[in-house]
Write a protein that binds this ligand. Structure first.
Ligand code: SF4
Length: 317
């Protein structure tokens, strides 16, 4: 019998599990506290639970988490980059960055990715599998424990398309912001998507307080489709319709990520079109210098082109 993934369970689900094991429901909060606040790796360490309950839990449930493979620490700014192995040996990456406004972690939601963005190394080998809610959470728990630093901001911008792992990511968002757990407020969480329009609308209905970050990267269908295959399924107009719905439903301003690629996304007419596209929408635009990937012909924009592009956007409000 496959063991249940106990770190992915919320308090209600833990109560149900305990009832099935013939135990009182109130133990669920203790169990949740051990897993999420005290962050133990084994049932044996849960000393306020009876020995028989710990044994029953060991037979029915598994505490799946990440194991460290490699850690790189920057001598300049203290950024910590982690290579983690999951229980089946799959590998993911996570990063902890230190800023004045607090520590931010960038985490993965899938092993690989199937979205095929042309500028991205993470998706080169396609998607292997989704991460469970508990595995996504454990990236943060591990980095917090390992660095001895409290994490205050989370960005779901590592490997994977979060909305392609919708249910587990939604579960994770509830677990990580749960007052009985590590309790990181939803306003401190950004979820980045390549633009799965119908999932953006589904997410809007949850009325979460998170920041939605849309990887737009080009304002016209021809360019966007040539670098992001998702644009064939959800062209720019359809995506913008979903973004409008997201703002109208949640009241949360959207961040638009825009990658500056030389002679591809950085042309003057694209700055004009981008400004036109976002006119009248509460929007934050983040111009990102392209990170060169050996397998991609895309090159970063020249610094003076980026400045001109920025000025063109500012001029148009
Ligand atoms: Fe890479 Fe994100 Fe695109 Fe996936 S969605 S291929 S992880 S940029």
């Amino acid at each position: 019998m496959e063991k249940v993934d106990i770190k992915s369970m919320d308090i209600t689900e833990l109560q149900e599990l305990l009832q099935e094991l013939g135990e009182p429901k109130f133990r669920a909060k203790q169990l949740f506290d051990w897993l999420h606040a005290k962050q133990v790796d084994s049932f044996a360490e849960m000393t306020n639970l009876s020995k028989s309950l710990r044994e029953k839990l060991g037979e029915t449930a598994a505490i799946n988490g990440v194991k460290i493979v490699r850690r790189l620490v920057s001598q300049i700014d203290g950024t910590r980059k982690y290579l983690f192995a999951l229980s089946d040996g799959a590998i993911i990456e996570s990063v902890l960055m230190k800023y004045e406004h607090g520590n931010t972690v960038c985490i993965s939601t899938q092993v690989g990715c199937r979205m095929g963005c042309k500028f991205c190394a993470s998706g080169l080998n396609g998607k292997k599998r989704n991460l469970s809610a508990g595995e996504i959470l454990d990236e943060i728990l591990f980095m917090q424990k390992d660095s001895g630093e409290k994490v205050s901001n989370i960005v779901l911008m590592g490997t994977g398309e979060p909305l392609d792992n919708y249910d587990n990511v939604l579960k994770f968002l509830h677990l990580v912001s749960c007052p009985e757990g590590i309790n990181i407020g939803q306003r401190h969480i950004s979820l980045s998507t390549s633009g799965i329009a119908d999932k953006i609308e589904t997410l809007a209905k949850e009325k979460l307080q998170i920041t939605l970050s849309v990887s737009l990267h080009a304002p016209d269908d021809e360019t966007r489709s040539s670098i992001m295959p998702i644009n064939d399924a959800y062209p720019v107009e359809r995506l913008m319709q979903a973004c409008r719905y997201y703002f109208d439903t949640t009241g949360r301003r959207i961040s638009y990520e825009y990658m500056m690629a030389r002679d591809k996304t950085d042309r003057p007419w694209q700055a004009d079109l981008l400004a036109k596209l976002l006119k009248g929408r509460p929007a934050h635009v983040n111009l990102i210098p392209l990170n060169e990937v050996a397998e991609s012909p895309l090159k970063p924009s020249r610094p003076e082109t980026v400045r001109r592009f920025q000025q063109a956007l500012e001029k148009r409000g």
